[in-house]
Design a protein around this ligand. Structure first.
Ligand code: NAD
Length: 421
């Protein structure tokens, strides 16, 4: 990066990925130098020590973080990750991606992220609750529905979100559902959250295919990862009339060139945690090189690297897992005319459902699942149109178009707000 940027004191990983991508897009998007300065200096980086009384009576300290990257477009929003490898650099990178994700979808949010360096599986439920409540208490003056909103991420779930909401509310003396998204529906969580990301993956595919004249009815799809995202994407695509020919988990996958019975597969997977031995079995590596119209990596970051990309025979790759396609792989795929749809666009359903939950909480007025889905559909369709238009105007790929659109929106808000004081 040509200009001096914030340097995290620990693992810069994801923060550096953000800086590198920013630098590349700056050649295409016209940003004011002040906006660039804002983007390379996160607004607020907080490190907290989280003391937890363990079940054996001893007190252990855990390191917690919350980074607010940017608030030009509104209060910040972002997940809280519980994982042993959580660091300030990783958290800053995740926060920056949230700024961009919200801006691509035109949502009135800035970006944030948080986390605690802990293995949540090594803690009892009571220890996890005490950790969550103390972490939230340490941040209580820095969060709120119009300041910074917390959501789930790796290692955190709706029960943890409920403890966060309760801790914040008890401290303030009034129930404040909107400080947290991803809560149980009984506490102001939204309908339609569980499959929102998978739905957005399917809708992005559908809208893009319509726009670019790609096949839809009967088109062949392979999905790697059959979890919350991949399972729901396969479900919706099958419902839309596409042929899901392969799905997989970490243990391998199943393949049927005539199309799999996705709903039955989901029911079996839900009951047993395993895919049934239907069709042919297929390795994860072989799944990535199937001759299909659409390939959807929905499991792991970096799964499509330069080597794997050489074997891809799909017409389009939709990045459902964050960062599934490496830079080297993307360059190779684009060079061969394969359409690559970036995570910023494909996985927008999670943030969209967070936004819709927050809006409902602020109004204390709640929508049905169908209403929520209709709003997600309208937002996805608009975002796909806007990203395509931007990419076409720049004569660039979709990732560049999405990044340019997001950055220009942050730029406009920064320009209009000016620099305080
Ligand atoms: P999940 O844990 O529900 O499911 C992950 C799936 O991937 C499982 O089926 C698992 O068996 C499979 N898997 C694990 N390792 C694999 C391997 N080596 N090869 C093939 N399959 C493997 O997770 P999820 O919530 O579905 O998230 C999947 C991805 O989507 C993650 O990268 C996540 O960052 C991204 N994402 C999630 C959300 C969200 O809100 N859940 C939003 C946007 C993006």
């Amino acid at each position: 990066m040509g200009i001096p940027a914030y340097r995290p004191p620990d693992e810069p990983g994801l923060w550096d990925v953000f800086l590198n991508r920013l630098e590349r897009v700056l050649k295409k998007a016209s940003l004011h130098p002040t906006t660039v300065e804002y983007l390379v200096h996160p607004r607020r980086l907080v490190t907290v020590s989280v003391p937890v009384k363990m079940d054996d009576g001893k007190v252990r300290f855990f390191q917690g973080y919350r980074v607010v990257h940017n608030i030009a477009r509104g209060p910040s929003i972002g997940g809280v990750r519980y994982h042993p490898k959580v660091s300030l650099g990783q958290t800053a990178g995740l926060a920056a991606w949230m700024t961009l994700k919200a801006a691509v979808y035109g949502l009135p949010f800035g970006g944030a992220a948080g986390g605690v360096a802990v293995d949540p599986k090594a803690l009892s439920s009571k220890e996890l609750e005490r950790l969550t409540r103390r972490y939230t208490a340490e941040l209580v003056n820095l969060i709120g529905p119009d300041i910074d909103i917390l959501g789930p991420d790796l290692g955190t779930h709706e029960g943890i979100m409920a403890w966060m909401m309760d801790t914040y509310s008890m401290t303030l003396g009034t129930t404040v559902p909107g400080v947290v998204v991803g809560k149980p529906a009984a506490l102001g969580g939204t309908e339609g959250r569980d499959d929102a990301v998978g739905l957005s993956v399917a809708l992005v595919l559908w809208t893009l295919a319509e726009r670019r004249g790609l096949p839809l009815e009967g088109a062949r799809v392979a999905v790697q990862g059959f979890g919350q995202v991949g399972g729901a994407a396969a479900f919706w695509l099958a419902r839309m009339g596409l042929k899901v020919v392969a799905v997989s988990t970490s243990k391998g996958g199943v393949y049927d060139p005539e199309g799999l019975e996705v709903e039955a597969l989901l029911a079996h997977y839900g009951e047993t945690g395993e895919l049934p031995p239907w069709g042919e079995s297929i390795s994860n590596e072989a799944l990535l090189s199937l001759e299909v119209d659409y390939l959807i990596p929905a499991a792991l970051e970096g799964v499509l690297d330069g080597k794997a990309a050489q074997k891809v025979r799909a017409r389009a790759v939709l990045e459902a897992a964050n960062g599934a396609v490496t830079d080297e792989a993307e360059a190779h795929l684009l060079g061969r005319g394969v359409l690559v749809v970036p995570d910023l666009l494909t996985g927008g359903g999670g943030l969209l459902s967070g936004y819709l939950e927050w809006v409902q909480d602020l109004n204390m007025f709640f929508w049905t699942k169908e209403e929520v889905r209709a709003r997600i559909e309208a937002s996805v369709r608009r975002a796909v149109e806007e990203v395509c238009e931007r990419a076409e105007a720049l004569e660039a790929d979709l990732r560049t178009g999405a990044l340019a659109l997001a950055l220009e929106r942050v730029n406009e808000a920064t320009r209009l707000r000016g620099v305080y004081p």
